[in-house]
Structures are given as C-alpha cells and as structure tokens.
Ligand binder design. Structure first.
Ligand SMILES: [Zn+2]
Ligand SMILES: [Zn+2]
Length: 259
C-alpha cells in the first residue's frame, strides 16, 4: 500500500512526525511520495527528518499553481529553481505538484500557465514524471500536457475529482489517475462512477494529507495511514479484495515513479 501524494513536510506534522510515520508503517504502507513546495527551505528541512525516520520515502518538487504569482513574467526562474533543487535532492522521483487551479485563482491564470508549462519542460529534460494538480482547468491543463509534454510527459492527475471526459483524456495521454479520501464521501457518487471505470493498471492511491481526511475520520487532520480507506473504497468499486487493490496500486506506483 502506498500514499502517492502527501504533505508530510507540512508544518501541521512538525510536532508528531514520529507517531504519524509509526502509524503509517503499522497500517502496512510500504512508502509515500512526499510533495515539496519548490524553494521552501522549511519544508526541505522537515523532509530530511521524514527521510531519516522512513528511508523508503521519496519526494516530488514543484511550484504549485497557488504559488505561480511569485514567478509572474519569469517562469524560467521557477524552472531554474526547481532544476536546482532537484539536483540537490537524491530522493526526488517527480516534478510536482504542478498544474492549474482556476477554482481558487490564487495566481493570475497566465502566470499559472507559464509556470506550469516551464516545469513540464523540466520534467521532459530530466526524464521525470509529473504530479498534476488541476481544478476547473481541464482544457488548459490538457493543452499544456499535449504541447509542452510532446508525447513524452508521463505522470498522474492527483486527487482526481474531474469528469469522465477528463479521465478519458488523461488515460489517452498515458496518465495515471490518483484518488484520495473524497471517494469515500457520501455525496461523491459521480466520482465513484468515474473511479470504477478507470482500468486497474492506471489507478493510484493517496491521502493528500493533512487535507481531505476520508470517512470515518472526516474533519480531522488526515495522515498517510488512512490511505487504507481509499484502497478499500477502490477495491469495492472494482469488486476485488483490498489486498489485491493494494498490490496493484503499489505496482502501478513503482511503474510510474521508478528511480
Ligand atoms: Zn493538489
Ligand atoms: Zn497536494
């Protein structure tokens, strides 16, 4: 079992990291992919603590669309910063999370697009997969993955909450879809229907912790151990045993994020 997207370097985990990681291991997690905000020294320092406690953990580094405004009109600087941090981080397995968020629009859309595009180029050049955050931006996200990805970009749409059309387009591009605790929410019937149709060899599981705690922990701080609830929900949708879903999604993770 794997948590393919968590924020263990978030300050929300600073005080009880040892206990959180113990619970993750006890729950049967083999490893996690920890998402780091590019150019954030506090997160990088906490990631080093995570890795000392749990050496199997690997990381992704990227400038989130919410932060793209910091690089308005200088997307190349975002790319350079990410490139530099990657070269200093041996455990890096992906560029991310990167993408577009037109729901919150915390950064101007042209800055989001430019910073996203520049980082897809870095991913191609470094031969690393991308971890994509996309919200209410389907058309532009797909266009940038098409153009900047040039048929070579590999990756995952994380915390998938999109439509069947977006799922189909991502699968056509060869991408994986990662599901988080939202699929356990009572009102997520449409999303569960999408998840049911994703071929098992394209599924990944994640928590996106500390956010989005699954049922029955809703409203609490989320943590990697609770990815078990996501695995269980996906297993139910695909009519297989949880163990089979855990093994399949673990194998998928290794296929995408191989060193
Ligand atoms: Zn995200
Ligand atoms: Zn995230």
């Amino acid at each position: 079992m794997i948590d393919s997207h968590c924020h263990l370097a978030d300050e929300g985990f600073a005080t009880d990291l040892v206990a959180v990681i113990d619970r993750a291991k006890s729950a049967g997690l083999e490893r996690a992919l920890v998402i780091l905000e590019g150019g954030n020294p506090k997160e990088a320092a906490q990631a080093a603590r995570v890795q000392a406690l749990w050496p199997e953990v690997c990381v992704a580094i990227g400038v989130h669309p919410h932060q793209a405004h910091r690089f308005a009109d200088r997307a190349q600087d975002a790319a350079a910063a990410v490139r530099r941090q990657i070269s200093e981080t041996p455990s890096v397995r992906a560029i991310g999370e990167i993408g577009l968020d037109y729901h919150y629009d915390f950064s101007p859309r042209d800055a989001q697009c430019a910073v996203f595009r520049a980082q897809v180029h870095v991913a191609r050049e470094q031969k690393l997969p991308v971890v994509i955050h996309t919200r209410e931006a389907d058309v532009d996200t797909l266009a940038i993955l098409h153009d900047a990805g040039g048929g070579e970009a590999r990756g995952v749409l994380h915390c998938f909450t999109g439509t069947q059309e977006l799922a189909d387009a991502a699968l056509d591009l060869g991408f994986y879809l990662s599901f988080a605790g939202i699929i356990t929410f009572p009102k997520a019937g449409d999303l569960r229907e999408v998840a049911r149709r994703v071929p098992m060899d394209r599924l990944l599981t994640e928590t996106d912790s500390p956010f989005l705690a699954p049922v029955p922990h809703r409203g609490k701080r989320n943590e990697p151990a609770w990815v078990a609830h996501v695995v269980e929900a996906l297993a139910g949708l695909h009519d297989v045993a949880p163990q089979a879903m855990a093994e399949r999604t673990t194998a998928n993770f290794h296929e995408l994020f191989r060193p």
